[in-house]
Design a binder for this molecule. Sequence first.
Ligand code: PMP
Length: 360
Amino acid sequence: MSRIFNFSAGPATLPLPVLEQVQAELLDWRGAGMGVMEMSHRDKEFMSIAADCERDMREVLNIPANYKVLFMQGGATEQFALVPQNLLRGKTSADYIVTGEWGKKAHKEMANHGRANLAATSEASKFTDIPDRAQWKLDPDAAFVHITSNETIHGVEFPDAPDVGSVPLVSDMSSSFASRPLDVSKYGLIYAGAQKNIGPAGLTVVIVRDDLIGQVTPGTFNIHNYKSVFDNDSMLNTPPTFAWYVCGLVFKWIKDQGGLVAIGERNARKAAALYDYLDSQDFYRNPVAKPVRSKMNVPFVLANTELDADFLKGAKAAGLPGLKGHRIVGGMRASIYNAMPEEGVAALISYMKEFARTHG
Ligand code: PMP
């Protein structure tokens, strides 16, 4: 077996011990005589897998008791619509802080449900910064304020939850979920697709304060109603059982690593190593304002873009695939989620140094 360092933005690399456990349990989950993929979601075996996952997630993220955890499908993209349908609660507008393409998409979807107030955007700087909090044009009557905690394409991350007063703060945390300690109580709702930091594609986690659910926009499908999902233990229909199981193993792995404090410190070291190198020379460059640089997705460009194809080809040959930047911004992007070891980042930096030396 030869494992490479996979820098893909998602679906992304998973912790090796998790994959090994999945492999060991694939044919026979703990004496059940069948694998998790083959189990009914109503079997007591799967019920215990589902409950363990939620318990470990609650413990790792320190989720307060008045927050529900929902295990859904449809990705973060579906949540762009479900958030307004569930959280408008009779109000007519919501505020969006747009710091990249994902926030832009969420904001656009909101326009299908009510007034989508663009309270702030950093589009003028090509999404290389977060607008000053003092400049945000928040509406006190908004149903919620939506942010994208980490913009996966541009590599822009909120250092903390912004203060938006008493209006519920909603965050798309798809690419930074469980990457460092988090104060859930600062949010009304958090959502994240699993396929970056916590498991395979197919599962979407929603964490929502319980007083915010149960007042859906009339006409909302039952399957999209957070309250119905909760009342049915996220099993209103067949859930993505295998992804749910792997997600549970990932949370156990996070606990084994020392929880989010240790994970967050490691992620900070990985990001610092890469940014320090990027800032130390002029062959490569990261355009994002330093205080808001992402610890998960590090985009960079080569001063000579004619070398892009060679850079990617050589990286792939060196066992460092997945570095092509998103088509919207071009260049390169190294996604260094929880499961990317420090050695992977060190190997990338060595490759970048050698490439610069031989092509500079
Ligand atoms: N939001 C963010 C921040 C993302 O990174 C992504 C996926 N890259 C999405 C939303 C869309 O997620 P999905 O494909 O799971 O709908």
